[in-house]
Design a protein around this ligand. Structure first.
Ligand code: SF4
Length: 193
C-alpha cells in the first residue's frame, strides 16, 4: 500500500516547466516529489565504502553497482553538467517492521514508475541522467561479469552506487526521507538540465 502526500518546492520556483514537472510526478503516481538543485549534490567516497560492506548483497554482482559502475571522480564531474532535476519517492505502509511483502510491493512500484517516467522524460530531456534505488533489475539475471550489459541505454545505477547519500540529497532539497513508523520510502532522482 502506498500513500500520496506532497509535491515539494513546486511553489518555490519561477520556472513554470520545472514546477509543472513536480506536479506531473505526483499525478504520475509517486508519493512525493521535489525539485532537485544539482548544486546540492556531493559525491562521497564513504558511500562506496558502505557498498563494499555488501549489506545489500549486490556488491560485485551487477554492471550498475560497484565496483563495475562509473568511477566516483567521473560522477562528481558529471553532476556539474546539470543545474536541476527532480526527486521522486514511493512510500509504502507496513503492517509491522517485518512486513517484507509490503516493502517489496513499494519497491516494485517505485521501480516500475521510475522506469516508465524515465522513458517519458528522456524524450523531453535528452541529457537526462536517471539514478534509481537498488541494483539494476532490467534482466532477470544480470550479465555481469561474463558478458557486457545487455541494455546500456536503459540500465540505471542507484543514487548510492553513484556516490550520493540519499537522506542528504532529500534534506538539502527540502524533501522528507522518513515518513514515520510503519512506513518505508524508496527514492530516485532525475538530473534533467
Ligand atoms: S540491463 Fe541487465 S545486464 Fe545491464 S546492468 Fe541491468 S540487469 Fe545487468
Amino acid at each position: 500500500m502506498e500513500i500520496q502526500v506532497a509535491a515539494v518546492g513546486a511553489e518555490n520556483t519561477n520556472n513554470k516547466t520545472m514546477r509543472e514537472l513536480v506536479e506531473r510526478a505526483i499525478k504520475y503516481g509517486f508519493s512525493h516529489a521535489s525539485l532537485l538543485d544539482a548544486s546540492t549534490l556531493t559525491v562521497r567516497s564513504e558511500v562506496r565504502d558502505m557498498c563494499r560492506a555488501d549489506k545489500c548483497q549486490m556488491y560485485d554482482k551487477n554492471w550498475m553497482c560497484p565496483p563495475a559502475c562509473n568511477d566516483l571522480s567521473d560522477n562528481a564531474s558529471r553532476v556539474t553538467e546539470y543545474k536541476s532535476g527532480l526527486i521522486v519517492q514511493t512510500t509504502g505502509i507496513l503492517e509491522d517492521d517485518f512486513d517484507y511483502d509490503s516493502m517489496m510491493a513499494a519497491n516494485d512500484r517505485q521501480q516500475k514508475l521510475f522506469a516508465s517516467f524515465r522513458d517519458e522524460l528522456k524524450a523531453e530531456y535528452p541529457k537526462l541522467l536517471a539514478l534509481g534505488n537498488g541494483s539494476c533489475r532490467i534482466c532477470e539475471a544480470c550479465a555481469y561479469p561474463d558478458s557486457p550489459c545487455r541494455f546500456p541505454e536503459r540500465a540505471v545505477s542507484s543514487m548510492e552506487a553513484f556516490g550520493l547519500v540519499v537522506s542528504d540529497v532529500c534534506t538539502k532539497n527540502d524533501l522528507g526521507y522518513y515518513y514515520g513508523p510503519k512506513t518505508i520510502t524508496y527514492t530516485g532522482c532525475f538530473l534533467l538540465v
